[in-house]
Write a protein that binds this ligand. Structure first.
Ligand code: AMP
Length: 242
C-alpha cells in the first residue's frame, strides 16, 4: 500500500472496520461539512443526515414543514428547534443508522444539542451500549468562506458540489458527471451569508464549545485539499474512539 494514500483511501484498500458511531460535523456555513460527510459516507458506509438537505427536500415537496422553513431559510435564519428535532428524530428511526451516522449541520443550537444528548442518553439506557457522540468542527476563516459560498454551484441531479472560485466544472455551468445545468442555492448570496454567519456566531459557536468541554471533540483545519481534511477527521475519530 502506497504511503501517499490518504487515510480514507487506505481505509478503502484495507477494508478498515472502524465502527464510527454517531459523528457530528460542525462548522460555519461553507466550511465543507457536506463535502466531508460524503467522503466519510464512502469510507464508513453510514448515512449522511444533513438537516439542510432534509429541509430543502421538504421545501421542494411543499410539505407543511417546507412551507414554514422556506422563508426562514431564505433569510439565513435558523428553523425552530422543535421542528428540526422532530425531523431528525424521524430520520434516526431508520435502520441504516444502526452502526452510526454523520449529522451534517445538526445540532446548530444549544437547545438542539441538549435534545440530541438526551435522546442518545435515553437510548443508551433502554437499548444499552450505544457509542457516545464524537463532534468534529471544521474551521475556515471568514473571507475564505465568503468566496466559497458565493462561488458554490450544485448539480441538481447528482448533488455534486462545484465552486467557480476553486473547483470549477470542466465545462462552465454544467455538471461533469450528469451534464445538467448547475444551480446556485438561493441562500448562497453575500447578503444571506452574512445573516447565516451572524446566526452561526450567536447560536452555533456555543454548540462547538459545549462539545469541546465534553472532551469527545476535535477541530480540523478546513483550508486544505478535500482528502487532507478527510484524513484529519478520520484520524481524530479513530483517536477519540479508542
Ligand atoms: P445548510 O445546508 O446546512 O447550510 O442549511 C441551510 C439552512 O437550513 C440554514 O441556513 C437554516 O436556515 C436551515 N437549517 C439547516 N440545519 C438547521 C438546523 N440544525 N437548525 C435550524 N435550521 C437549520
Amino acid at each position: 500500500m502506497s504511503s501517499s494514500l490518504t487515510a480514507v483511501e487506505q481505509g478503502r484498500e484495507t477494508g478498515q472496520k472502524t465502527v464510527p458511531g454517531p459523528i457530528l460535523l460542525l462548522g460555519a456555513p461553507g466550511v465543507g461539512k457536506g463535502t466531508q460527510a460524503k467522503e466519510l459516507v464512502n469510507l464508513w458506509g453510514i448515512p449522511q443526515i444533513s438537516t439542510g438537505d432534509l429541509l430543502r427536500a421538504n421545501v421542494a415537496q411543499g410539505t407543511q414543514l417546507g412551507r414554514v422553513a422556506k422563508e426562514i431559510m431564505g433569510r439565513g435564519e435558523l428553523v425552530p428547534d422543535s421542528l428540526v428535532d422532530e425531523m431528525v428524530a424521524l430520520r434516526l428511526q431508520a435502520k441504516d443508522t444502526a452502526n452510526g451516522y454523520i449529522l451534517d449541520g445538526f445540532p446548530r443550537t444549544l437547545g438542539q444539542a441538549g435534545w440530541l444528548d438526551g435522546r442518545l442518553a435515553a437510548q443508551a439506557q433502554t437499548q444499552g451500549g450505544g457509542l457516545p457522540v464524537i463532534a468534529v468542527s471544521i474551521h475556515v476563516d471568514y473571507n475564505q468562506l465568503l468566496r466559497r459560498i458565493t462561488g458554490r454551484r450544485n448539480c441538481p441531479v447528482c448533488q455534486t458540489i462545484y465552486n467557480v472560485n476553486g473547483k470549477p466544472p470542466k465545462r462552465d455551468g454544467f455538471c461533469d458527471v450528469e451534464g445538467a445545468a448547475l444551480v446556485q442555492r438561493a441562500d448562497d448570496t453575500e447578503e444571506v451569508f452574512k445573516e447565516r454567519m451572524r446566526a452561526y456566531v450567536a447560536l452555533t459557536a456555543p454548540v462547538v464549545e459545549h462539545y469541546r468541554a465534553l472532551g469527545r471533540f476535535a477541530e480540523v483545519d478546513g483550508d486544505r485539499p478535500i482528502g487532507a481534511i478527510a484524513t484529519g477527521i478520520v484520524a481524530a475519530v479513530e483517536r477519540l474512539r479508542k
